[in-house]
Design a protein around this ligand. Structure first.
Ligand SMILES: Nc1ncnc2c1ncn2[C@@H]1O[C@H](COP(=O)(O)OP(=O)(O)OP(=O)(O)O)[C@@H](O)[C@H]1O
Ligand code: SF4
Ligand SMILES: [Mg+2]
Length: 342
């Protein structure tokens, strides 16, 4: 990501009331044996709390299977949380009726990993962009047409006349993702949830798509949740980073503080590979520590990272779950090492 550092300069977000607030969110999936007997629950999200502010980008990082997409889909209202609350602009999403949920979804845009899979192959660009407006009661054809042109211009699919009749298979991967972003923006959302938005694209177009997202954010003062495995992009793209492990957020920090001094042993291991300036060392560092991720059906007691943690305190870490500990103004960590009396 060579030019990102220069191109993507971040402004601090306005810190007033959060646009999104999660309080003890749990999303569990029931597993049935032979389609009948309950075998247990996959605790894909297991007590997640955070605030997100208007105009702010938060990156969510963590190894495969830790619950990032489940969090995204719970925020989007695709999964109903098993427990906990989610507030959007102060209103409890978990208590919304069908009508309120539809309105909520129009304010939250979703950008998926696989743009081709996200787009209906039988619809052309105009129809793809018109559909959400029809569903949300924008009855004026002229209003819809004007908005389609406006949003295509914003995502830089030009000349517009050329793109309007095109079907997804006629577009390149980058153009498909621009169309997905256009669809996510068409109802003028306040929040975008981008789940690995560039991981399936060619390296050459990744920066362009991230730059597009950032310019949309600036122009519309959007809040963005950016889920990624690409740790080299988070420093230029987000004000804060949430590090997830075993269906929980284990560190919440400003990007600057986290990259300067990651606190949680898992986050330290995760970021070590990208923060070392010595290219030789990169070859010897692993992105994640050795060992298996925890089972989400039978998670280990205490801290979920304890079976893999070299700093584990026996009799504590393997018994009691660490609380969230505010270490300084910028960093919150779930790790017993930071308990004050220690
Ligand atoms: N609908 C579902 N039913 C049962 N289990 C599920 C379901 N969706 C996700 N899971 C499980 O929940 C856990 C978290 O999955 P999730 O997709 O949220 O992880 P992730 O962090 O997004 O991983 P990746 O980085 O690979 O995308 C995994 O164990 C997954 O198998
Ligand atoms: S709580 Fe204990 S096991 Fe968990 S990360 Fe901290 S030191 Fe390691
Ligand atoms: Mg995922």
């Amino acid at each position: 990501m060579p030019n990102l550092a220069v191109e993507l300069q971040k402004e601090p977000a306005e810190q007033n009331e959060p646009i999104l607030k999660a309080v003890g969110l749990h999303t569990w999936f029931e597993i049935r044996r032979m389609g009948f007997f309950k075998a247990g629950d996959v605790r894909a999200l297991d007590g997640v709390s955070f605030d997100l502010y208007q105009g702010e980008t938060v990156s969510i990082v963590g190894e495969s299977g830790c619950g990032k997409s489940t969090l995204a889909k719970t925020i989007l209202g695709i999964h109903k949380p098993t427990k906990g609350e989610l507030y959007f602009q102060g209103k409890n999403v978990t208590e919304f009726d069908k009508h309120e949920l539809k309105e909520y979804r129009s304010k939250v845009g979703y950008i998926q990993q696989d743009p081709y899979g996200a787009l209906p192959s039988f619809m052309d660009t105009r129809t793809i962009l018109e559909e959400p407006m029809k569903i949300n009661g924008i009855s004026s054809k002229k209003e819809r047409e004007d908005r389609i042109r406006q949003v295509l211009e914003e995502v830089k699919l030009a000349p517009i006349e050329d793109y309007l009749p095109k079907f997804p298979h006629m577009l390149s991967g980058g153009q498909q993702q621009r169309l997905v972003i256009a669809r996510a923006m068409i109802l003028e959302p306040k929040l975008l949830v981008a789940d690995e938005p560039v991981s399936m694209l060619d390296a050459s177009v990744r920066v362009e798509i991230l730059q597009l997202l950032q310019s949309l954010q600036r122009v519309h003062n959007l809040a963005i949740i950016y889920i990624t495995h690409d740790l080299s992009t988070v420093r230029y793209f987000s004000e804060r980073i949430f590090s997830m492990y075993g269906a929980k957020i284990i560190e919440k920090s400003t990007t600057e503080a986290l990259l300067d001094n990651p606190l949680h042993p898992y986050t330290q291991a995760l970021f070590r590979a990208t923060s070392d300036p010595d290219a030789e060392n990169l070859k010897t560092f692993k992105e994640v520590p050795a060992g298996e991720p925890p089972s989400l059906m039978n998670p280990p007691p205490g801290c979920r990272f304890n079976p893999r943690c070299s700093k584990k305190i026996k009799g504590l870490c393997d018994v009691e779950e660490p609380p969230e500990i505010q270490v300084n103004g910028d960093q919150i960590v779930k790790c017993w090492l930071y308990e004050k009396k220690r």
